[in-house]
Design a protein around this ligand. Sequence first.
Ligand code: COA
Length: 692
Amino acid sequence: MPVLDWERETEQGGGDALPKLPLPALGDTLDLYLRTLRPLLTEEQYQETLKIVTTFGAPGGLGELLQRRLLERSENRANWVYDYWLNDMYLANRMALPINSSPVMVFPPQHFRAPIDSLRFAAHLISGMLEYKSLLDTRSLPLDYARGQLAGTPLCMEQYYRLFTSYRLPGPQRDTLVAQQSSVMPEPEHIIVACRNQFFVMDVVINFRRLNERDLLTQLDKISKMADSEEECLPPIGLLTSDGRTEWAESRRVLMKESTNRDALDMIERCLCLVCLDQSSGLDLTDTSRAKLMLHGGGGAKNGGNRWYDKPMQFVIGSDGCCGVVCEHSAFEGIVLVQCTEYLLKYMRGSPSKLVRAASVSELPAPRRLRWKCTPEIHKHLSSSADKLNRQVRNLDMDVHKFHEYGKEFIKKQKMSPDAYIQVALQLAYYKCHGRLVSTYESASIRRFQEGRVENIRSATAEALGFVRAMADLKSSDTEKMERLRAAINAQTKYTVLAITGKAIDNHLLGLREIAQDLKLEKPEIFKDTAFLISNQFILSTSQVPTTVDMFCCYGPVVPDGYGACYNPQSDHVLFCVSSFRDSPQTCSEEFVQILERGLLEMRDLCVRHNADTNGNPGGKADERPSGKPKEETLERPVQSQATRMVGGTPSALGDVPRPPPQVLVSKAAAKSQVDIQTQTTSQGGSKERKI
Ligand code: COA
């Protein structure tokens, strides 16, 4: 399989009609970088970093050289950051995929009365998937348009075309995203069905004819019977794919020595998707337990080996009704996954199953069980992979919570952006738990641009810090709190607009760092600085993934002491999926959710009281006018950057920004919580005593 040829895909996907991702001005990025650091560093740390950034951005300095090279790169490519980003975000990351990287969609629980019901469900789903695939094959998928902020612009569609064609191949240092070669004659198409940790090749096109739902059921039924045969049972090779990427690359190298294994791997790598027929977990199927099962399969003793994590799309159908999709993330974003999954669920709801009582009577070749030749070395790898997955299972602390007091509509009535409001609420929750803000990642789509993936909205703004402090300050009046809330929401909304228009900083800083490496230069000081490491330690990893059908998305934290916080805002409620690791003394998902809920109620009460005061309206209807000008600095990009101003000899006036207790830097790779570098701080108190 060749490495994905993005240029060719652009032509096919129609993405070349879109503008190219802009390259921000160097001074603007350095200035915004400094602003984002203020709430995370001590004054002393900040001053140190200011010097480093100023030197980097000085006229004729290293920053300008790298910027020129990036500009050249942007002229020669559809998207100057894409390869850098893909590598940094996914392919070079050595962490195991389950929990750490692969998001999941969780379906509402299904009520299967008999085992055949789950197979019927699977046949119906596969049939929908094949319909969807034919939309992709004929390039008939309708173009997406942006919603929300700056609504209406067309979006890049390329991610859709990777749903059923790509594969993340593990490598010793770096993985590769590979794609099936398009050929003149379509290749025979097959899916892999996983059942009792066995893998079966199931053709979905036979003699140029797509199997109908009845045929699909017949084949699934055969597979389920074949999987029951204990004599033929082979080791749970899928567990290897749940290991760290370097470990899996090594196991795969060993597997590849045998031609039987090479054949099996080839069939899996070239399949459209996996359908995982899971055994009952024996658990109560709450939102939280289903989310966990989808994230890790319940470990080696349950369905953890009934997966192949490298494949982008794995549809899970549990005989107990626990169903959903596990997605390998490097090929596309959660929004694309949602669009595809919603199509399938709507298809299933809208088109009654075409099954008659019985399965197909036509003679179809039996699906084929994939064979593995396992050496003692592979058995050793398997038991190590199983141990690690089981540890991960025990370690995941997950809480799926429906906040039902209000949703997007109430927030819109306050003339506030719902997304910004929720982000500010997450900042408030973290501050209430820990007495400080931390580096926060919110994914923002940049699909407005050719080959656009995501940028980062850094939600821990100085304005958010101002607000959360006001909320904690008994002397602070409602008017002040409300002004600070509006300032925080304005800052968040402005940052969002910068991010979705390609003018935020994370991609640009990454580009500058990577191009220095391409030029074989020593790593610039700015990227060795502790502040840079702190700012990339995303203790809060957040993402809005809205759905229009009854299902939700969730994922794990990205650092040992962090939270993953995925939210799904609806008109009258918000679903939060909060994850963390049990072995971190800093985090507890349930506690975070409770405090988040309390904060959301306080924010609502504040708005309602304020509206009543302003309008003499006890119903709390929002004022028609904005409730006052924010006091804080705005996040608009300045005409002249702070870094540049310092070079000119005039220190910028930043003294009015509140000084925070700083963020602690924790090793990303550490499996358990461990402080690697302690920043110069006096206030790193244990989180749990510091609730307010
Ligand atoms: N007053 C009243 N209504 C407002 C408002 C205000 N001040 N500001 C926004 N709204 C409305 C919007 O018009 C929109 O209305 P709609 O529901 O009718 O479309 C709604 O509130 C939502 O807007 P908002 O909350 O501002 O968010 P958004 O939809 O623009 O989303 C991002 C912001 C950053 C989440 C979005 O741009 C994005 O990038 N999404 C992709 C995230 C992603 O990639 N997730 C998956 C990662 S794997």
